[in-house]
Design a protein around this ligand. Structure first.
Ligand code: ARG
Length: 440
């Protein structure tokens, strides 16, 4: 089918490295079909971005993966209720659902569900509407919220049956009591319950904003819970929505396997988020700790050397670990990120900074930098002129000086003579990596 091919070509062109795509494809297909991904689609996205959404989901299915999709219909429902003259009252942020409102909600949910199913089918993607039978629910508090349900059990038969026959299950977030009373289930609650039942590799939230935002309204690329969570919650700029969202995500991840992660992105960026290291959106993982070592004693030198050599594409000089005393070595649990500091004339010098691109995508470089700046009030370092990371270093440093071979960076140093001394020291530092790149 012509249109499908176009979809694939369009996305592939956007993606960049084929190797990365293949790596993620392999990873995502290494688990049971039902454990690839739960994708929760915000009602507003369904309303405004249906076509892009259908293309992105189609791409994913064409490469052989089937996500389980669950959607909300918030704005559509508000609209419909208003039309019916019902004022949707909210108690503690929960939409009160009267029997009359539920009747409308049910229709709206089914209609929105079918819109997505049809959009998919129209581009040749087999999809199955699932508007009941998944969420067993009980009334939360009938007096206060009306017919709003809390999920007590998830029945996955309809999902498995859809997956078995190659259909993408499209789930509306409606629940039923064991006696058959339909209840309104918040789609975030539904998505979380579904994720706990299926334990997927990825839980994806598709939103209009396409990620969690920082103080400048920029998308935060990644959150490594182990290192960043506490500090982030303490940030005064974090708005209450983002805070609540982050807390809910942490809670969700706590109940999932360590390998699971959450991504918040938009339909436009979904494919890039899934199939590249860098992603496009916010990736949240339970992640890993970064430990500070003041000696090499507890460090596996071979693993550390491997990380450095892989990151720089060159061999370390044989005496690298013995020639100098290391002042502080930061190392992530997985040996995918490290920063090695020495002390030069009493000032910390960043001798090596290496993070694999995969770990960069997970936000480990930021966590690592956070640890460095927390512990070291001053720092200087050098980087080759053509190093791709320099743009990042320019942002992180207070100043820099360019020589014929290096850019020397520093932060926390304000005395001109000290800066000059640091530049000279950095320039004169003997090489620690061999000239030739590995494999050349
Ligand atoms: N493709 C990987 C994943 O989905 C990495 C995504 C990185 N995303 C980011 N926003 N930093 O797990």
């Amino acid at each position: 089918m012509g249109s499908t091919q176009e979809v694939i070509v369009r996305f592939l062109r956007n993606l960049g490295s084929r190797k990365e795509v293949e790596q993620y494809l392999k990873l995502f297909s290494s688990v049971d079909a039902r454990r690839f991904a739960v994708i929760r689609v915000e009602g507003a996205v369904l309303q405004d971005d249906l076509e892009t959404l259908a293309s992105a989901l189609t791409f994913i299915q064409r490469v052989g993966l089937t996500p389980v999709v669950i959607h909300g219909a918030g704005p559509q429902l508000s609209h419909q209720l208003r039309d019916a003259g019902i004022d949707p009252e909210r108690v503690d942020g929960v939409r009160v659902t009267t029997p009359q409102a539920l009747e409308i909600a049910r229709k709206v949910f089914i209609r929105e569900n079918l819109r997505l199913v049809e959009a998919l089918e129209s581009v040749g993607t087999r999809a199955r509407p699932v508007t009941s039978g998944i969420f067993e629910a009980r009334l939360v508090d009938k007096k206060r919220f009306g017919l709003v349900g809390d999920v007590t059990q998830v029945h996955t038969e309809a999902i498995d049956s859809a997956l078995r026959s190659g259909h993408m299950p499209i789930i509306a977030s409606l629940g039923e009591t064991p006696a058959g009373q339909i209840l309104h289930v918040n789609s975030d609650v539904g998505a979380a319950a579904l994720a706990r039942a299926l334990e997927p590799f990825k839980v994806v939230f598709l939103t209009h904003t396409g990620g969690l935002l920082d103080q400048d309204q920029q998308i935060i690329s990644a959150v490594n819970i182990e290192e960043d969570y506490a500090d982030m919650l303490a940030e005064p700029w974090l708005d209450s929505d983002t805070r609540t969202r982050l807390q809910a995500i942490k809670e969700l991840l706590d109940g999932l396997p360590r390998s699971s992660s959450v991504s918040i992105t938009s339909p436009e960026n979904l494919v890039r988020e899934l199939f590249t290291h860098k992603g496009a959106g916010t990736l949240v993982r339970r992640g890993e700790h970064i430990r500070l070592h003041e000696s090499m004693e507890k460090i596996d030198r071979n693993r550390l050397a491997e990380l450095l050599e892989q990151a720089f594409g060159r061999k370390l000089t044989v005496d690298y670990f013995t020639r100098k005393d290391f002042y502080r070595v930061y190392l992530s649990d997985s040996y995918r990120a490290t920063a090695i500091l020495t002390l030069e004339d009493g000032i910390p010098y960043l001798d090596k900074f290496a993070v694999t691109s995969e770990a960069q995508g997970e936000g480990i470089a930021s966590s690592l930098w956070h640890c460095i700046t927390r512990d070291n009030k001053q720092l200087f370092w050098r980087s080759r002129l053509d190093n791709e990371i320099n743009g990042w270093y320019f942002q992180k440093s207070d100043g820099s000086f360019r020589t014929d071979k290096w850019v020397v960076f520093w932060y926390g140093i304000h005395n001109f003579d000290t800066i000059r001394r640091c530049v000279e020291l950095a320039k004169a530092m003997p090489p620690t990596l061999k000239q030739h790149s590995i494999g050349s």
